[in-house]
Every structure is written in structure tokens, then in C-alpha cells.
Design a protein around this ligand. Structure first.
Ligand code: SAM
Length: 421
């Protein structure tokens, strides 16, 4: 179990904001903190993305069930008829993608803020995302939603809960065995200037804290008044100001009544307390030590002896611009396939990954919107990946070998369904 004090808020004094009780708070252990959080998002529903009368453009593979499952297990899921929960859905930007990207899924969104739920409902109605229901409910009370889920998405929420361990444990109970949970929480290293700015605004607000509009106005005045070269001002201008043009984003960043920022150690304490298995970070490029010290084989050899947790810690201390963690955890048992066995691979059914843009072409955008270029052999094979034949049949006449198929799978360019023998 994690020691809750080890993941205590950076600035505990900020936790107790005013306690204007909303209907939700009554079912949310009556806590003043949750009331303050609901009030923030009722005032500034987040994210403030415009609504569309059609499906939102593009994709985020983390919200596409087969892609997320394949990333976690190496194999395509057996069914797309799944239940998905967007826990702390805010104004429904992610929820809307979850509905439009997963044609057969039933989606449920819950959020503490009635204001955010109202926006999410309208957003989904307007874009025709109709396989979704919303509830104005706290994650602490998620057991009130019937049934279990194959995929839970919880982005930007746990770090705003007064007791994230209780939050993640409540979500863990709603996962099916073999179900996966995607989490995004803040990292302390890259948010240092944000923490200082938050504290400065809170000090200047004094007993007006909890008046979020006042906090935003103070913050904006601060940034236009501090000297040009001031560290807090420079960080805001160079890193955040584009997204903070909207007051909703500025408020979410600088006047939040409740925020816990993690480091690798406290993050893994949280995961451990959930009872779920850590599967992997969903931005694996950052967690590749090779990009930092790969040019020094001796350092790489030393690092190879570290535990996973220590290696991750090494990476974040070497590259401390990190502002968040995004990762999957799973309720065991989660069956994984590594495709090392030639026969299993030859009999599997390959499909092109759904989250690619620009196909058919030898150069296109991959699941992370990075440009990839295929060899002639890879291109010929991928053209055969229609989900209607085995790897062995799809390889015929292409010049690609099984190792090449493994590479395409590991790069998430194809998905593989094992065929039971
Ligand atoms: C930063 S927003 C993220 C919204 C959405 N997940 C996204 O990424 O676009 C945080 C959301 O979490 C919600 N929230 C905070 N505490 C919660 C809780 N205990 N239960 C449910 N939702 C909560 C807030 O009301 C807010 O809408």
C-alpha cells in the first residue's frame, strides 16, 4: 500500500477552498474539496473545445479500443462490442471520440461537474454520438453505474481528487477481468513554475480564494506585470500561453483548488495501491533511455541493471521537462502475445492498423501522427492485410519475412488476431 502522505498535495493549504455545496457533493462524501472542484468546472467547463455538427476529425489511438488493446497485449481484441467508461469526462471531448471511433461500443461518461456534463451532452447530441449516456456522478460513487467495463479512460482527473487512491480503487472495481484503464496525471518536475504561480495567486487572493474569476484576473495581471525575463513569466509565454488563451484553460492550470503532482515513485505507489498491473506508458518514446545516453554504452549497461521503476526515475530526472504521465494499467489476467512463435504468427490474421492516415501510400502518418516510410516489401504485405487471410497467405509474393511482420506489429502498423489451433 502506498503511504498516502507520500502523494500528498504539493500545497495542502490550497485544498480547502470554499464549500458551496452542489447536489453532487452530497453523494461525494460531502467533502469541501470536491465541492470546490465542481464549482471550478461549473464556472469554467473544461476542455473548452468548440462543438461540431459532425464527427470530430482524426483519431487518438488511446480512445480506439482495438488500438489500445493491441498496444497493451500485442493482439487484436476478440470483440469490438465493448463497454467504455469515461471517468471525469469533462465537456465530453474525449467521450465524443470514444463513441465515434468505436462503432459497436456502449459508452458512459461521468463527471462531478453538472456544468461540464451539460456541455458534454450537447456536444455528443450535436455530432450524432448517440451510443452514450452521461451521469453527474463522482468517481468515488462509480459503483452506482451498473456493470463492468472493458476500457476506462481517466484523463486529467485523479490528480484533482482529494483521495486519488480511493478514486483509482473505485475504478479498479469497475474493470472487467482483462480490462484496461488509461490514466493521465500530472508530473511535478515540468510543472514547477505552475506550482509557484498557483501559490503566488493564492497568496494574493487571500480570503477570496475560491473566486475563480478573480484568480484568473490576478494571474493574467501577474504575467503582464512580471519582468520580461522572470522565470515564471517566461515559462508561461514559451510553454503554455497558446493553450491558456482561453480562461477555462488558464483557470484549470493556475487557480485549481486541488492538485497533486506526481513523480515516478509516487506514481508507482498509486498504481500499487490500485491492485492493478502496470502495462506501460502510452507515450513510450519519452521513456526510451537510449535517446538520452545511448551514445555511452557504459551508462546504458549500468542502467540495464536498474529496476523498471529506477530506470524510469533516471529518465525523468535526466529529462525533467516532463509535465504528465500517461499509461495503461490492467485488471489481471490480461493475456499477452509476443509473436515469437513462428507457427502462431504464420496462422494469425493481420489487419492494417485503423489509426493511420494517408493510406494507401508508402509514406503515411502512423497511430501517433508521425510520418513512417515503408519498404517495397512492407508496402506489398500491408496491402494484403485486409483481415481476410493469414500472415502466411498475406506474405506470399511480397518478399517480406516473419521478422518483418513482427517489426510492423511492434510499430503498431498492423494488428494481429491469433487463430486458436
Ligand atoms: C481537467 S478536466 C478533464 C476532462 C476530460 N477528462 C478531458 O481530458 O478532456 C477534469 C474533470 O474531472 C472532473 N472531476 C474532478 N473530480 C472528479 C470526481 N471526483 N469524480 C468525477 N469527476 C471529477 C472535473 O469536474 C473535470 O470535469
Amino acid at each position: 500500500m502506498a503511504d498516502p502522505s507520500s502523494i500528498a498535495p504539493i500545497n495542502p493549504a490550497r485544498n480547502l477552498a470554499d464549500a458551496a455545496v452542489s447536489p453532487v457533493a452530497k453523494s461525494d462524501s460531502q467533502t469541501a474539496v470536491s465541492s470546490a472542484v465542481a464549482k471550478l468546472y461549473d464556472t469554467y467547463p473544461f476542455p473548452p473545445e468548440p462543438m461540431l455538427d459532425e464527427a470530430p476529425p482524426g483519431y487518438n489511438w488511446r480512445w480506439h479500443w482495438p488500438s489500445a488493446y493491441s498496444f497493451c497485449t500485442g493482439r487484436r481484441p476478440q470483440t469490438d462490442k465493448v463497454r467504455i467508461l469515461d471517468a471525469g469526462c469533462g465537456t465530453g471531448v474525449g467521450t465524443e471520440y470514444l463513441v465515434h471511433l468505436n462503432f459497436e461500443a456502449e459508452v458512459i461518461g461521468i463527471d462531478l461537474s453538472a456544468g461540464a456534463i451539460a456541455v458534454a451532452t450537447e456536444r455528443c447530441q450535436r455530432s450524432g454520438a448517440n451510443r452514450v449516456t452521461f451521469h453527474n456522478l463522482s468517481i468515488y460513487d462509480v459503483e452506482q453505474v451498473p456493470g463492468e467495463f472493458d476500457l476506462i479512460n481517466c484523463v486529467g482527473v485523479l490528480h484533482h481528487m482529494p483521495d486519488p487512491i480511493r478514486g483509482i480503487q473505485a475504478l479498479a472495481k469497475k474493470l472487467k477481468p482483462g480490462g484496461i484503464l488509461h490514466i493521465f496525471v500530472y508530473a511535478e518536475l515540468g510543472r514547477f513554475e505552475i506550482q509557484l504561480t498557483q501559490e503566488a495567486i493564492a497568496l494574493l487572493q487571500g480570503n477570496q480564494r475560491g473566486d475563480y474569476k478573480d484568480g484568473v484576473q490576478i494571474g493574467r495581471t501577474l504575467f503582464s506585470t512580471l519582468p520580461d525575463q522572470n522565470r515564471l513569466r517566461k515559462r508561461e509565454e514559451t510553454r503554455w500561453s497558446m493553450e491558456n488563451k482561453r480562461d477555462e484553460c488558464f483557470a484549470d492550470m493556475y487557480v485549481h483548488p486541488q492538485e497533486i503532482d506526481y513523480n515516478v515513485n509516487t506514481l508507482f505507489d498509486l498504481v500499487e495501491a490500485s491492485g492493478l498491473d502496470f502495462v506501460g506508458f502510452s507515450n513510450p518514446q519519452y521513456w526510451d533511455l537510449n535517446r538520452l545516453v545511448g551514445a555511452a554504452p557504459d551508462l546504458m549497461a549500468r542502467a540495464a541493471k536498474l529496476s523498471d521503476r529506477d530506470r524510469y526515475r533516471l529518465i525523468e530526472v535526466l529529462d525533467p521537462d516532463l509535465t504528465h504521465y500517461e499509461f495503461f494499467v490492467a485488471r489481471p489476467p490480461l493475456e499477452k502475445t509476443d509473436w515469437k512463435n513462428d507457427e502462431t504468427l504464420m496462422n494469425a490474421i493481420p489487419e492494417r492498423h485503423r489509426c493511420i492516415e494517408g493510406w494507401p501510400s508508402k509514406s503515411f502518418f502512423n497511430y501517433d501522427y508521425q510520418v513512417v516510410s515503408l519498404s517495397d516489401e512492407e508496402f506489398a504485405f500491408m496491402q494484403n492485410c485486409e483481415g481476410d487471410r493469414t500472415v502466411s497467405a498475406a506474405l506470399e509474393g511480397t518478399g517480406l519475412d516473419l521478422e518483418g511482420v513482427r517489426v510492423l506489429q511492434s510499430k503498431q502498423l498492423i494488428m494481429l488476431t491469433p487463430v486458436e489451433q
